[in-house]
Design a protein around this ligand. Structure first.
Ligand code: XMP
Length: 319
C-alpha cells in the first residue's frame, strides 16, 4: 500500500524528532490500535520503548500468552507483563453493579500502570493509540451536554498525573487506515481483523458477581463459540461476537442425571462503529450445532440462549 508506506516513513521521522533520546512507555491492551502504535514506535526508536501490558485476569483464553509471545518474542519489544489478576479479582469480589465494576477496574488499571511505569528510568513520554475519531469525539463533547450510558475506562488524565508527554502517532487515522498501517508493518492479518474487546474485559460479560469459577467456564465457552464462527467462515462478517455467562442456574438433564448449571448467552452483531448494531442472523443449524458443542465440551453450562437484541435498545455488551 503506497499511501501507508509513505505514512509509515513520515510517522517514524516525526516520532524520532519528538522523542529524541528519551524513554517512552506504551500501555499495550492487545487491541489493534495500541499494537500498531507500539510496533510503529518500536520501529522508530527501538529499545527506547517499553510496553506495559496490564493483565487484570479478565482476558479471554490464551490471550495474555498470545500478546506476550507476539510482542516480546516476535517483535523483540521490551514488555512488562503486569500480572495483577489477584489484585483485580480480589477488589471485584462481591461487586455486582456494572458501573462500580468499571470504576474499580479503571482505578486499579491506572494504579498498576503507574506502578510499573515508574520503574522505567527516565521515561518522559507516554504512547497512546488515539485515533482521529477519538480526537473529534473528545472535542465535540467537551462542555456540551452529554449522556453517559457507560463510563468507558481509559487512561485519561494519566499523562498529567505522571508528568508525561504524549506520543500519539495514529491521531490522524481512521480505524481502517490503522488496519492498513498494521498490515504495512507486518502484523498478522488474523490479528488485525480481530473483533474489538472492551477494556474491562470479561467483567462486563459476567453480569452480576464475578467469580473465578464463572470466568473459567466463560473462557472455555467463548473459545468454542468463536471457534464455531471461524469454522463456518463467519468471523469477518461479524463486527463483534462473544459469550456471556448469565447470573442464573437452570435445570437440565444429561444421561440419567439432573444438572443444575449456568446458562450462557451468545451475542453477535454487525455494526460500523459500535454506536448502533444489528444482531447477526445466524441460521438455526449454526445455533443448534453451537449450543450442542458448548454443552458437550464445557462443564458448567447446560443451557444456551442467543441474544437477538439490536442496539438500540440493547447495548452490545450485557453490562
Ligand atoms: P456498548 O456495550 O456500549 O459497546 O454497546 C459499544 C462498544 O464499546 C465496547 N465497550 C467498551 N470498551 N470500555 C471499553 O474500552 C468499556 O467499558 C466498554 N463498554 C463497552 C464494546 O465492546 C463495543 O465494542
Amino acid at each position: 500500500d503506497w499511501t501507508m508506506g509513505a505514512y509509515r516513513t513520515e510517522a517514524i521521522a516525526k516520532i524520532r524528532e519528538q522523542v529524541g533520546d528519551k524513554q517512552v512507555i506504551c500501555g499495550l491492551s492487545g487491541g489493534v490500535d495500541s499494537s500498531v502504535a507500539a510496533v510503529l514506535i518500536h520501529e522508530a526508536i527501538g529499545d527506547q520503548l517499553t510496553c506495559v501490558f496490564v493483565d487484570h485476569g479478565l482476558l479471554r483464553q490464551n490471550e495474555a500468552d498470545e500478546v506476550v509471545t507476539m510482542f516480546r518474542d516476535n517483535y523483540n519489544i521490551p514488555l512488562i507483563h503486569a500480572d495483577e489478576s489477584d489484585l483485580f479479582l480480589g477488589e471485584l469480589e462481591g461487586v455486582s453493579d456494572p458501573e462500580t465494576k468499571r470504576k474499580i477496574i479503571g482505578r486499579l488499571f491506572i494504579d498498576v500502570f503507574q506502578k510499573y511505569a515508574s520503574q522505567i528510568d527516565g521515561a518522559e513520554f507516554l504512547a497512546q493509540g488515539t485515533l482521529y475519531p477519538d480526537v473529534i469525539e473528545s472535542v465535540s463533547f467537551s462542555g456540551g451536554p452529554s449522556v453517559t450510558i457507560k463510563s468507558h475506562h481509559n487512561v485519561g488524565g494519566l499523562p498529567e498525573k505522571m508528568g508525561l508527554k504524549l506520543v500519539e502517532p495514529l491521531r490522524e487515522l481512521f480505524k481502517d487506515e490503522v488496519r492498513a498501517l498494521g498490515r504495512e508493518l507486518g502484523l498478522p492479518a488474523s490479528f488485525i481483523g480481530r473483533h474489538p474487546f472492551p477494556g474491562p474485559g470479561l467483567a462486563i460479560r459476567c453480569p452480576g458477581e464475578i467469580t473465578r469459577e464463572k470466568l473459567d467456564i466463560l473462557r472455555r465457552a467463548d473459545a468454542v463459540y468463536i471457534d464455531q464462527i471461524r469454522k463456518h467462515g463467519l468471523y469477518d462478517e461479524i463486527w463483534q461476537a462473544f459469550a456471556a455467562i448469565l447470573p442464573m442456574r437452570t435445570v437440565g438433564v444429561m444421561g440419567d442425571g439432573r444438572t443444575y448449571d449456568f446458562a450462557l448467552a451468545l451475542r453477535a452483531v454487525t455494526s460500523v462503529d459500535g454506536m448502533t448494531a444489528d444482531y447477526y442472523p445466524f441460521t438455526h443449524e449454526f445455533l443448534g450445532e453451537t449450543s450442542t458443542r458448548i454443552i458437550n465440551e464445557v462443564r458448567g453450562i447446560n443451557r444456551v440462549f442467543y441474544d437477538c437484541t439490536s442496539k438500540p435498545p440493547g447495548t452490545i455488551e450485557l453490562e
